[in-house]
Design a protein around this ligand. Sequence first.
Ligand code: ZN
Length: 453
Amino acid sequence: MQTVRRLSRPSRGILSGCLSLSLLVLPLAGCERQPSQTANPTPPPSSATPMPPPASASVSESPAPPPTPEEHAEQLAKRFIILDGHVDVPHRLFTQQDEGKPVADISQKTDEGNFDYPRARAGGLDAPFMSIYVAARYEHNGAYKHAEELIDLVESIARKHSEKFALAKSPAEVRANFQAGKISLAMGMENGSPIEGKLPNVEHFQQRGIRYITLAHSKDNHISDSSYDDRHTHKGLSAFGKQVVKEMNRVGIMIDVSHISDDAFWQVIALSKVPVIASHSSCRHFTPDWPRNMSDEMIQALAKAGGVIQINFGSGFIDDEARKQSSKLWNVLGGQAKAKHLVHGTPAYSAFAEDFWKTHPIKRATVEQVADHVEHVVKLAGIDHVGIGSDFDGVGDTLPIGLEDASAYPNLLKVLIERGWSDEDIEKLCSSNVLRVWQKAEDFAAEARRSTP
Ligand SMILES: [Zn+2]
């Protein structure tokens, strides 16, 4: 989700009667050691990590000291595939292009934004899902065309910098790219508006490489209701949206339940034959009554169906006070933008919003709080249902202290190591949980192809 996008949220107080006391108590409540630690009596990190051989054969020399949690985190970030469910760099680059500004070369270090090749490499990021983000304003107004433009843009990055990046359309391609030392660019479409009411477009976007679709974004669309929209147009999914879910199963596109309303979520869970993901959502437990995050019941149902929630790093998703501050500021910003006749989703709006947030900072969450969300999911549903969905380049200057950009994943791993996580569990968080769901979507589609002559 992007800073400017969140502004499209209806100007209303989302929180009613939120508990200031919970702010003090809830983040601590998520800090228990997760069950997997006791279930997995994994040896301490030192024995799990290959150690360099002793400098000489002398038995009198003391062995090399075990790695510190920081060193161990760095090693794991390099050893494991890190897959991030949501990175908004295509929108960042498209906006620059649209504004007539020089477009950043993300194969090199860039001064702005949260993602580029050097920072991804430093953080051990191997497979960011590039968000093909189509703002709600495109519904019935050029959504298909805009999605095509963004897909073209991602393809052009992979083509121009083929020594650093490669497209990835399957878990096997992610693994092959990892072996080849390249960063995989997978694609997920944020908002189903580009389907434009035509079922064959689902398969079209599958063929173009889209591997998940977030059914709606900030407003109800022709497929699904949005968590940010209180009209409840379809009371969940539209009749066409139900067909879209089945078609996504058939062609092998994962269903992303981030952004959709609770009713739509429950209907997806009942309808989908394949496990689903939340590509960039966090736990409502820490942000009571905020429907953009997932309730405990929803997380448990998602997990029971085999799915994964990929935790969003944005401070407003992680910390209740930050969210309350940002809710108030969205209203202020919305009013100011309206007074200036700025249309949401346009470059002028983006530029105004960017300046606004620079001068109206909100409380920043911490990497430890992000770990609390991760552990809350583990406590509710076990280790097999949590992943990472940073929302880098999508949440402006609201990233937590210690998770400011794509170089920072080892900081999160370090906190989990210090809390006693095994290497095996860290690998599940980093990618293997989501790769499992992705593979299931691929397998289901392959089977559907076999059984349809
Ligand atoms: Zn989003």
